[in-house]
Design a protein around this ligand. Structure first.
Ligand SMILES: Nc1ncnc2c1ncn2[C@@H]1O[C@H](COP(=O)(O)OP(=O)(O)O)[C@@H](O)[C@H]1O
Ligand SMILES: [Mg+2]
Length: 396
């Protein structure tokens, strides 16, 4: 069928034609943000889940929802190896300049910009990557201690005071939070704790891989009380169907029942895979409806497309030792696996493999769902590894 009309959208962070099955969570976040704006107690929300389940697109949609309701937002993605203050400072500046334009919040907005100036100057020595334009001179003693935890709390407090006066809230949307260092996470938690205690309208909506929850708890033991950690996972069957059927129907195209069943089976209802299968089934079909035969022809191409993109980008960043570790995990199946079993598969000691395992966790490839267990952060990754490293060569 017409490739130009193909509605499906596989890709990291690519908005789907139909954001299926997430309405309840969107509503939960909307309520949490409105409560924060009114100074009511509310928890920050951190969505956790494997790669490709739709955290990023959901975060973006929630941000659009918030902006449409007159909430001020900022949006950052934590990359590996950049500091959180460096990421936040320029975005906070933009948000504060906007808030300062609201007449009744002008003075407090400018004070927050002074706090930001003090914050950036004082931390520049420690976080050399902070680059932010300074609109006002710092106010001595305001967020300029040089200690991240102290200064971020003071800064977020001034931000909250300005947002409160403006009758709005400032919501920080942060993606890939698992890459933020633990002491920087601790500072963020302390800052949000401060604004919550003072009923100031600042909150966080974040997303990250499953290890995020444990990192938050280690950074601050009281994190569990300040945050909700909704799990984002594969879609329930009715939502997975809707994700496929609705975009096709909007183009006047139907999908037969057995074709639909097959796609749900092959994709395990993971959003990224649903988009990939939808795209290739559409391409395989001559006309409406998309049939089981079309899906059967599409499957091999969909797998190859995933191997070349979704799986591959992560695999290429690994050292030979890391690849070998993952191959041994894959040998054992989808997981989770005991670290001892992985070591045994490789004929090595658990302690000897610990640095490799830690590196893989830091790179976001695996996580530890419970002590001593190891699991992939990408669904169906075991099958990919077995396809790309077939045979027994890796055992040497
Ligand atoms: N609720 C959903 N319904 C249908 N497709 C979705 C949904 N959520 C995400 N997708 C699709 O899944 C893919 C991965 O989404 P993304 O947000 O990048 O996942 P993550 O951030 O969890 O790795 C994208 O192609 C997106 O269009
Ligand atoms: Mg993402």
């Amino acid at each position: 069928m017409d490739p130009i009309a193909n509605p499906y959208a596989p890709g990291a962070g690519t908005p789907p034609p139909e954001l299926a099955g997430r309405d309840e969570l969107r509503e939960q976040v909307r309520v949490a943000i409105e409560r924060v704006r009114r100074g009511m107690p509310s928890k920050s929300i951190l969505m956790v889940g494997l790669r490709g389940v739709g955290k990023t697109v959901l975060l973006d949609r929630m941000r659009d929802d918030a902006e449409a309701a007159g909430i001020h937002t900022l949006r950052v993605e934590a990359p590996e190896g950049r500091s959180l203050p460096a990421l936040l400072a320029p975005e906070l500046r933009v948000a504060l300049l906007r808030i300062s334009r609201i007449e009744q919040a002008k003075a407090l907005g400018e004070r927050a910009l002074r706090a930001l100036a003090g914050f950036a100057k004082a931390l520049k020595l420690k976080f050399k990557d902070i680059e932010v334009g300074l609109d006002f001179e710092p106010e001595p003693g305001l967020a300029d201690n040089g200690d991240l935890e102290h200064d971020l709390a003071a800064l977020l407090q001034t931000v909250g005071e300005a947002a409160q006066r403006a009758g709005t809230a400032l919501v920080l949307f942060i993606d890939e939070l698992q890459y933020v260092k633990e002491d920087e996470l601790a500072a963020l938690i302390t800052g949000l704790h401060r604004t919550a205690q003072r009923k100031l309208p600042v909150t966080l909506v974040g997303a990250g891989l499953p290890q995020l929850r444990g990192r938050m708890g280690r950074a601050k033991s009281y994190a569990e009380r300040l945050f909700d950690f909704p799990e984002i996972a594969e879609l329930p069957p009715p939502a997975a169907r809707q994700a496929l059927v609705k975009p096709a129907l909007d183009q006047g195209v139907a999908i037969t029942e057995d074709a639909l069943e097959r796609i749900l089976l092959e994709t395990h209802r993971y959003p990224y895979f649903l988009q990939e299968w939808g795209k290739h089934a559409w391409q395989a079909a001559e006309r409406s409806p998309i049939t089981l035969e079309d899906v059967e022809r599409a499957s091999a191409i969909a797998v190859a497309a995933l191997d070349a993109s979704f799986f591959r980008v992560r695999f290429d960043r690994l050292t030979p030792a890391e690849k070998k570790y993952l191959r041994a995990m894959a040998e054992l199946g989808p997981g989770p696996h005991r670290s001892g079993d992985v070591a045994e598969t490789l004929g090595r000691k658990v302690t000897a493999l610990a640095p490799t395992r830690n590196q893989l966790i830091a790179k976001g490839m695996i996580f530890s769902p419970s002590h001593g267990d190891t699991a992939f952060t990408v669904p169906l990754f075991d099958e990919f590894i077995r396809r790309i490293m077939p045979g027994d060569d890796w055992r040497e």
